[in-house]
Design a protein around this ligand. Structure first.
Ligand SMILES: Nc1ncnc2c1ncn2[C@@H]1O[C@H](COP(=O)(O)OP(=O)(O)O)[C@@H](O)[C@H]1O
Ligand SMILES: [Mg+2]
Length: 277
């Protein structure tokens, strides 16, 4: 990790998993844009892409190559740690990209005695240079998601409230509870995050009410549907570096604020934090 002028802190990072076994609900979008909002709070962020599709890496213009070790090596090899696998994306952001072969690794993880705990051990060994680690999970409840939940202290479950996607939310809650009771007592559900919220339709409001009635913790501020999100992804930047002040930027700052209430964003002097090296 590049050192933006501060010494290594002894406190371990906050590890936040973004998980939902449904695809297309905004996991990757949340991982990337939460990272963007935290960068502006001068948090040193490590984003790990655990989805073989590699979308988080693609959006941040960071992909695994023959020379570059991706998350497959981190999970599968005893030789490589975080430091060997990261790609530095800016003064405050390191990324470990996914590999297309990640699905093979997932099968191996099932059979390894400490499979589910590998990510946790690798992070514990090497992540003291970071303030926050964000884990972008694949759309499944398989070994990679379980690895992430075993390593995290908090999980955010994004739910696309514009698309009747609450089915399965209870299964996600059950998985979180199972991991908490077995390998990771520190894990807690930070909240369900409503994404693609559209105040012009009644569906969004009704879905939010349904989730609230289930008694699950929910972030008060939803992520509104926004074309800027897609534009920022095409430009390969977090929304905070692409369209500061846009509704999507405000929404992801609200999420960062809810998670890190004591940290204020410092915008102008840190815009360059988003510039690619
Ligand atoms: N708030 C939003 N407004 C508009 N489009 C969004 C929003 N959030 C996500 N998307 C789009 O929805 C699609 C799925 O999002 P993504 O984050 O990749 O989901 P997941 O990682 O859960 O599969 C992407 O094309 C993304 O650009
Ligand atoms: Mg994704």
């Amino acid at each position: 990790m590049p050192q933006p002028g501060t010494s290594t802190r002894p406190t371990p990072p906050r590890v936040i998993a973004i998980a939902n076994f449904k695809g297309g609900v905004g996991k990757t979008t949340t991982a990337v844009n939460l990272a963007g909002a935290l960068i502006l709070r001068q948090q040193r962020v490590l984003l790990i892409d655990l989805d073989a599709q590699g979308n988080a890496g693609t959006i941040l213009n960071v992909t695994s190559t023959a020379e570059q070790l991706g998350v497959r090596y981190l999970l599968h090899s005893d030789t490589y740690g975080v430091a060997e696998c990261v790609i530095t994306r800016g003064p405050y952001l390191d990324v470990i990209p996914a590999d297309p072969d990640l699905l093979e690794v997932e099968q191996h993880l099932f059979y390894m005695p400490d499979g589910r705990l590998r990510l946790r051990h690798k992070l514990a060994a090497a992540s003291s240079g970071y303030d926050v680690v964000i884990l972008d999970c694949p759309p499944s409840m398989g070994a990679l998601t379980q690895c992430a939940l075993s390593a995290a202290q908090e999980v955010i479950i994004p739910v696309d409230v514009g698309f009747l996607s609450i089915t399965g939310l209870l299964r996600m809650q059950t998985l979180v509870e199972q991991i908490r009771q077995t390998v990771n007592p520190a894990l807690r559900l930070a909240g369900v995050l409503a994404t693609k919220y559209d105040s012009r339709t009644t569906l969004s409001g009704q879905t939010v009410e349904t989730i609230q009635s289930m008694g699950l913790p929910m972030f008060a501020h939803p992520i509104r549907v926004s074309v800027d999100i897609i534009r920022a992804q095409i430009a390969r930047k977090p929304i905070s570096g692409f369209a500061p002040g846009s509704s999507a930027d405000q929404d992801y700052h609200a999420l960062a604020q809810a998670l890190f209430p004591t940290l204020a964003p410092r915008t102008p002097d840190l815009v360059q934090a988003h510039q690619e090296r």
